[in-house]
Each structure stands twice: as C-alpha cells, then as structure tokens.
Ligand binder design. Structure first.
Ligand code: KG4
Ligand code: ZN
Length: 342
C-alpha cells in the first residue's frame, strides 16, 4: 500500500504559494509554485500583509492547477499535507484554512508538516537521497529564515547541533543585496555577479569560524559589507561590484562549509544533506561537493527547484508523517515558530 499513496501538498509559509501532487515516494505528478518575488521586490524583503493577500488570491488556482496537471481527482487522494509552521502566521493560515476545508469537505486525512523537515525531505525525492533512507545523516538547512545544523539518526528524528545567533544566511544575502541596490531576493543576483568576480579581492570577516563549534553569526559580516559599500559613496559598480559579491559570497560559503563538515566529523555520520534556498548557491554547491569528495562523505543536495520553497518537499514529508499515522483535525492552527527538534 505504501507505494500507492497519492498526496496533495500545500505550502504558504512565506512568499511562495505552492501545491504539488506526489505519487508513492518519489513520483512527482505536479509541482506548481506561484512566486510573489515581484510584489516584494520594491520593498527589498517580504511584506507580511502583501504576502497574505497574494496567498489568498493564488491558493485556489494553484491547487486546481496542481490537481489538473497530475490528472488527479480530490477523491483519489490518500491525504492532504500542509505546512503548519514555522513561517509568517497570516501566510500559514491561508494554506491551513484551505487545506482544512478541502480535507473536511471530502473526508480526506489532513497531515500537518514542519517547513524545516519539508526542506530536508526534498533530498529524499532525489534518487541519491532515497538511498539514504534509514541511515544517519547531518542536515544543514540554509534558507532565508533559517541556518541550522541537525543530526538525524533517521528521518523524522532531529537533534539541533548549531544555528545562527542572528541573521540567517539567506537573510544576509538579501540584506547585503539591498545595501548594494541589487533587488530582492538578492541571493541569486549575488551568485550571478560573483561568477565574474575575484573572491580574494576584498577580505571580509569569517564570523565565529574558530569559536562556538557549530553556531553561526552573519550580522557582523553584513556590517563589514555596509562599511565597504559606503566607501564607494553609491558608485560601487562594474568589476568592483562583481569582486565585492564574490568576496562576500566566499566568506559566507567558507563559514557554512567549515562548520557543516566539523559537525559531520563530530557526529560520525557518513551522509550530509544540504537544503533550503541558499543551497541553490553555485559556489556553495561546488565547495560542498569538493570537500565531501575529499573527506569521503556522501553528499545529497536537492536540485535547485526543490531547494527554494515548493510543495513537493511538503508532500514528501507529509507522506512520511501520513504513513506514521500523524493526523490533524479542524482545530489545527499555525505554529509560527516550530523548532524541528521537538
Ligand atoms: O528556502 P527559501 O525559498 O525560503 C525560506 O524558507 O526562507 O529560501 C529563500 C532564500 C532567500 O534568502 C534567497 O536569497 C536565497 O534563498 N537564495 C540564494 C540563492 N537562491 C536563493 N542565496 C544564495 N545564492 C543563491 N543562488
Ligand atoms: Zn523555506
């Protein structure tokens, strides 16, 4: 029976309204994402009220599209999985309310999902990730809202090893991009400009590289970059801009890679999963792959589409939880701060 599950999943925790249909463990029948990036771009970050309005407008068409593309009828679904938290409360409530009404009206099991566990679950949709099932791994979740390292003895059980003490890595990318006037979300722009830049041109701090074993801090790096940009009095452009992006990115990547492999070594795990929006970063992917190869660590990073917010990852986590018997009723409420390790 397990291989025959058909899961509809909804994601609305931040600025993407997404729905997906997953058959069995890894067969993605549809994967629809309505991004609000353009709406938030002029503010340089997510505006919660605008996010809620856009989710409310998109949720029905996005779910309809996902079901249609999958060729699935609501009546055939094994369960509806929905992100319960962490995230923006108003944004979460839109996905939750819709999922609850659909599940209730059609009498389909409703399964609440943790957004961070969903990010990790994206790895198990990939072929090389599926091979990890049942084995211990270290997971780095690196996104716009989170930068945390977990030890997982097996899927579904997580121990927090380290986390950021201030900004998340993606937040640092976005804030620094805003300082340089590069638009929102900034990570992808910095990644692109950095390809034409020299990462050794400017020396930015590597916060807490030698201290606090597995914790991160990115706010000092952001301040260093602001001071650097101010020196150019609004004229940071061309090669200087590319070199600044490359040097900043290098600092973030070095800290992420060093701490993550330190955690892998200390845990004794042979497997590493890296996920979340920042896991799209080309330099991070390259440095992780090089280091994993050198140290004989089995590395799984989901394809970029499954790293940024999407509903396939929610379906993958939802399926696990559905099979474990986890169900929600109509009292289900959003949990804006829901630690993964609970
Ligand atoms: O996982 P995600 O879509 O949403 C959260 O759960 O936060 O992550 C979004 C974050 C943004 O901060 C964005 O700038 C960053 O991921 N990001 C990147 C890249 N692509 C997305 N950061 C660095 N390099 C990239 N290529
Ligand atoms: Zn996310």
């Amino acid at each position: 029976m397990a291989g025959e599950t058909l899961i509809l999943a909804l994601e609305s925790s931040c600025d993407e309204t997404a729905a997906a249909v997953l058959r069995g463990e890894r067969e993605v029948l549809s994967d629809i994402v309505a991004s609000q990036a353009e709406i938030h771009a002029e503010y340089g970050g997510v505006v919660p009220e605008l996010a809620c309005r856009a989710h409310a407008e998109s949720v029905v068409p996005v779910v309809e599209k996902a079901l249609k593309k999958a060729g699935a009828e609501v009546e055939e679904l094994s369960a509806i999985a929905v992100t319960q938290g962490p995230g923006l409360i108003g944004a979460l409530l839109i996905g939750l309310s819709f999922a609850k009404s659909l599940a209730w009206s059609k009498n389909i099991p409703l399964v609440p999902v943790n957004h961070l566990e969903a990010h990790i679950s994206a790895a198990f949709v990939e072929e090389e990730g599926a091979a990890l099932d049942g084995q211990p791994f270290v997971g780095l979740v690196v996104s716009g809202g989170h930068t945390s390292i977990y030890y997982s003895k097996e899927r579904g059980s997580y121990r927090l090893m380290g986390q950021t003490l201030d900004d998340a890595a993606g937040e640092a990318f976005d804030k620094v991009a805003k300082i340089m006037g590069l638009g929102y979300p900034g990570g992808v722009v910095i990644d692109r400009l950095a390809k034409e830049g020299d990462p050794n041109r400017f020396k930015f701090p590597r916060p807490m590289l030698d201290k606090s074993e597995f914790d991160f801090s990115f706010s000092g790096l952001k301040t260093a970059l602001r001071t650097h940009v101010e020196k150019y009095m609004g004229n940071l452009e061309g090669q200087e801009l590319n070199d600044t992006c490359a040097s900043f990115q290098d600092a973030v990547v070095e800290v992420l890679v060093t701490k993550t492999f330190r955690a892998v070594k200390s845990s004794g795990a042979k497997n590493l999963v890296v996920c979340g929006g920042v896991a799209c970063n080309s330099r991070l992917r390259q440095k992780l792959a090089e280091t994993a190869q050198k140290r004989g660590v089995n590395l799984v990073i989901p394809r970029p589409r499954y790293c940024t917010d999407n509903a396939v990852m929610v379906a993958a986590s939802g399926r696990q939880r559905f099979l474990a018997g986890i169900r929600a009723d109509l009292t289900l409420n959003a949990i804006p701060t829901w630690p993964l390790e609970e």
